[in-house]
Design a protein around this ligand. Structure first.
Ligand code: FAD
Length: 415
């Protein structure tokens, strides 16, 4: 029986420990928090977007941070395999918009509890409140780990310590230091899926305002670098919400360029309409409210707290009677409605990001087995690796699949 140590009881570590246990290994799972799956419990706003119903090729497309590395893992353990396993254990799931898969109960805790049941069933020894501080090797072969409490000898170690985001869940970047300690290199650690900070302070005036069905573009050097349709929200520092979080990856990339050109977030509030149709629509409203002031004539078109901002961005007088608005002024309004622009100041820090981009360098790992090319018996799984995906269940699937592959390879040597 092989003795395995899994470091970290998140999605990747839980899957790895359960599979290694199921396949007959002796497994110790070391978790530094007082429970396993703390982050899993808050995923998908407490509903846990477990995976996506998309094809593997779409998983890769939705993983801008080194998606191709995951082909091998997805071929061995795909979303279909993950759901089959969870269904076998009694979890009922449902598919929502965009192929997002959730537990039917809408409870992330149900998923976490299920893994706890599996740990028990497969006799995994779980040590809580115990952080690994060092991986021990001899002649580039793993021999054990040292923790805050004890030392353990083992034949294989899986680093599944997560990234550096939401540190209160236990993901504090320990895995980077542990891997560095045995000779691995760490790429630039940065936030992904993170809110954007803007120069404009008026965002404060409309914080909490959420917009649906808008098209958000990231513009730099007069070129649209990326765009997305969906929801966004204003906050006291800038913007957030699903479209913004996904676009933050592009913003991060642009910000890292040596000569950063100004970056703008351009919001099309009426993406379904052409400029001409929008102008006609505005004319119709202005005919209806012709005797009112401009600020009172746009309530059919926009949420009320957005109106003064749009008027100000169009450099118009909110008190001007609508019947005195010129064609040029109306067109100016139309332009702002389809190009509401904010200037990017930066991203919120990695601690506030949904995922961490960067991590243990993938060049030093075998994508078919998740084993280190530098240290025999050392494996990496989940967000600690230099992998990051968009929202939609892609990050959890990456963690589950890499955890599965590492465990199978340790026990069976499968490639
Ligand atoms: C708010 C939020 C919502 C999210 N929602 C979704 C979603 O719905 N769908 C989705 O696909 N993704 C979601 N994600 C991303 C997803 O949660 C992560 O990508 C995923 O949890 C990564 O799993 P992991 O096992 O690699 O790391 P983690 O889940 O971070 O687990 C790492 C574990 O290692 C432990 N650990 C760390 N250092 C040590 C050490 N030295 N010794 C022992 N233990 C240690 C930590 O305490 C932790 O329990 C969300 C993330 C956040 C922050």
């Amino acid at each position: 029986m092989k003795q395995i140590v899994v470091i970290g009881g998140g999605a990747a570590g839980l899957m790895a420990a359960v599979i290694a246990g199921r396949e007959g290994a002796r497994v110790i799972l070391l978790e530094k928090m007082n429970m396993v799956g703390k982050k899993m419990g808050i995923t998908g706003k407490g509903r846990c977007n477990i995976t996506n119903s998309a094809d593997i090729s779409d998983f890769i497309k939705n993983t801008p941070g080194n998606g191709k590395f995951l082909y091998g893992a997805y071929e061995r353990f795909s979303n279909v395999d993950l759901l089959a396993l969870l269904h076998e254990w009694g979890l009922k799931t449902k598919v929502e918009r965009g192929g997002r898969v959730f537990p039917e109960s809408d409870s992330a805790l149900e998923v976490r509890n299920l893994f706890m049941k599996m740990l028990k069933k497969y006799n995994v020894t779980v040590h809580l409140n115990e952080a690994v501080t060092k991986i021990v090797t001899k002649d580039n072969v793993v021999t054990g780990v040292v923790t805050t409490k004890e030392s353990y000898a083992c034949e294989a170690v899986i680093i599944a310590t997560g990234g550096a985001s939401y540190p209160l869940t236990g993901s504090t970047g320990d895995g980077y230091r542990l891997a560095e300690g045995v000779g691995h290199s760490i790429t630039d650690i940065r936030p992904s899926l993170v809110p954007i900070v803007t120069e404009e302070s008026w965002v404060k005036d409309i914080m909490g305002l959420s917009l649906r069905n808008v098209e958000v573009s990231i513009v730099s050097k007069e070129k649209v670098q990326a765009k997305m349709f969906g929801e966004m929200m204003f906050t006291h520092f800038g913007v957030t919400g699903p479209t913004i979080l996904s676009l933050s990856h592009t913003v991060g990339k642009l910000l890292r360029k040596k000569k950063t050109a100004p970056i703008a977030v351009s919001i099309n509030l009426k993406p379904a309409l052409t400029a001409e149709v929008l102008d006609k629509r505005l004319q119709k409203d202005f005919d209806l409210y012709s005797k009112k002031q401009l600020a009172n004539g746009m309530k059919d078109l926009l949420p009320s707290n957005l109106i003064p901002i749009i008027i100000s961005l169009a450099k118009l007088d909110p008190a001007k009677p609508i019947n005195q608005i010129t064609k040029e002024e109306r067109q100016q309004l139309c332009h702002v409605l389809q190009h509401m622009t904010l200037t990017v100041k930066g991203l919120r820090p990695v601690e506030e990001a949904i995922v961490t981009a960067g991590g243990i360098s993938l060049k030093e790992f075998n994508p078919k087995t998740m084993e280190s090319k530098l240290v025999k018996g050392l494996y990496g799984a989940g967000e600690v690796l230099d992998i990051d995906a968009f929202t939609g269940g892609y990050n959890l699937q990456a963690a589950f699949s890499t955890g599965y592959v590492a465990a199978m390879h340790i026990v069976h040597g499968e490639v």
